[in-house]
Design a binder for this molecule. Structure first.
Ligand code: NAP
Length: 362
């Protein structure tokens, strides 16, 4: 099979670098173009990332000598690739315009950016959960007169640690009415150079701009349904989030308490574990190249999951949960963990693109 040509927008950044590393030897996609800000444009990729390559593997040789393009010069890039991954850091309004411009130029955009997460005809996808939201792509193309292009986004990186476990319970009929979620988010989530080391080492910062709103609102769209050409949010679930930046390099943890809607029909702890262990969805059924073998990994050890020990489960695509127990205030509580720049960013974006390819959108 001939590989699809892929461009990375924001290729020099934390998420962009992760894309480059993960796509080396990908069976379906090949990175043929890298783009970033005008500051990096015109340089070889290896020069543009000199001193700030953060991955533990070297820059793939096929990418080292690519000349970085200016991500804002859409026409130059759109004609050279089959689709782009977007991971630029810019003002939201500029990202919204930029991504739609690629789509208008017949180039599908698989985005990590938050700019279009609230746009009604843009799917915000976790392939294990709301694969049916792919249906909105045709509506988006009709609405905006796109022929081949479209924009698809993935949600905030921290959601991944708890939303699939929550969905698995809802899917079995145990509707969740309330959740209190306290995240402990890794420093790589702030990009590079991110939070200054003197602010973070030996410390916890109990504020991440905009993050609590994303944690509270984005699940409503993911659990939403398509009606009249729009994704209608499921507002029945109330979430209260506390988001903290902690001195961990990679891996976002979430401590979660859940309340179920139906007091007479609550799952037992054993039943919840069984549901999680057996949960499987479209990426596993289609055997997508980046799909974790188990969509949810339950670790029985009493002091897990831990970022350093569990973030790389299933090539960094696993969602690991543990410490399931009764909650004295709500019904149950647990701890979830996922790798923020793999499952929560580039790996999640690649899985989205694999689903798009398998379903004929790319
Ligand atoms: P980052 O490390 O700061 O990288 C930002 C990228 O954007 C760089 O490639 C940079 O290019 C490029 N850029 C900056 N200004 C630009 C401009 N005017 N025009 C075009 N490109 C420009 O940020 P990041 O952590 O990788 O995050 C990238 C995006 O992914 C953000 O929207 C972020 O919210 C989202 N995200 C991040 C994570 C995470 O865990 N880090 C997770 C999920 C989503 P230069 O190198 O040339 O400046």
């Amino acid at each position: 099979m001939e590989k699809l040509k892929v461009g990375i927008l924001g290729a020099t950044g934390m998420v962009g670098q992760r894309y480059i590393a993960l796509l080396e030897n990908h069976p379906w996609f090949e990175v043929t173009l890298v783009a970033a800000s005008p500051r990096s444009a015109g340089k070889k990729y290896s020069e543009a990332t000199l001193g700030r390559w953060q991955m533990v593997t070297p820059i793939p040789t096929s990418v080292c000598d690519l000349i970085v393009k200016d991500a804002n010069i859409v026409e130059d890039i759109a004609s050279e690739v089959d689709f782009v991954f977007s991971a630029v850091e810019l003002e939201k309004e500029l990202i919204r315009e930029l991504e739609m411009k690629y789509a208008r130029n017949n180039t599908p955009v698989v985005s990590n950016c938050s700019a279009h997460r609230g746009t009604e005809d843009v799917p915000m996808l976790i392939p294990e959960i709301n694969h049916s939201h792919l249906d909105i792509i045709q509506v988006q193309q009709e609405n905006r007169k796109f022929t081949k292009g479209f924009v698809l986004v993935k949600p905030n990186c921290s959601l991944q640690s708890y939303i699939t476990p929550m969905y698995a319970l809802q899917q079995k009929g145990y509707k969740i009415s309330k959740a209190i979620i306290t995240t402990l988010q890794a420093s790589s989530g702030a990009g590079h150079p991110g939070v200054p080391s003197l602010d973070l080492l030996d410390n916890i910062v109990p504020f991440i701009g905009g993050e609590e709103e994303k944690s509270e609102n984005e699940p409503q769209k993911i659990f939403g349904t398509i009606k009249n050409g729009k994704i209608i949010n499921d507002t029945s679930i109330k979430i209260s989030a506390h988001c903290n930046r902690v001195p961990v390099v990679d891996g976002h943890t979430a401590c979660v308490s859940l309340e179920f809607e139906d007091k007479d029909n609550k799952p037992s702890l054993d039943e919840i574990k069984k549901i999680w262990k057996e949960f499987s969805s479209v990426p596993q059924e289609l055997d997508l190249p980046s799909a974790p073998r188990c969509a949810i990994i339950y670790n029985e050890e009493q002091n897990r999951p831990q970022p350093r020990k569990d973030r790389d489960n299933d090539k960094g695509m696993g969602v690991t949960v543990g410490r399931l127990r009764e909650c004295n205030v709500f019904d149950v509580r647990f701890v979830g963990l996922s790798h923020n720049t793999i499952r929560g960013a580039a790996g999640g974006g690649i899985l989205n693109a694999e689903l798009l390819k398998a379903k004929g959108f790319l």
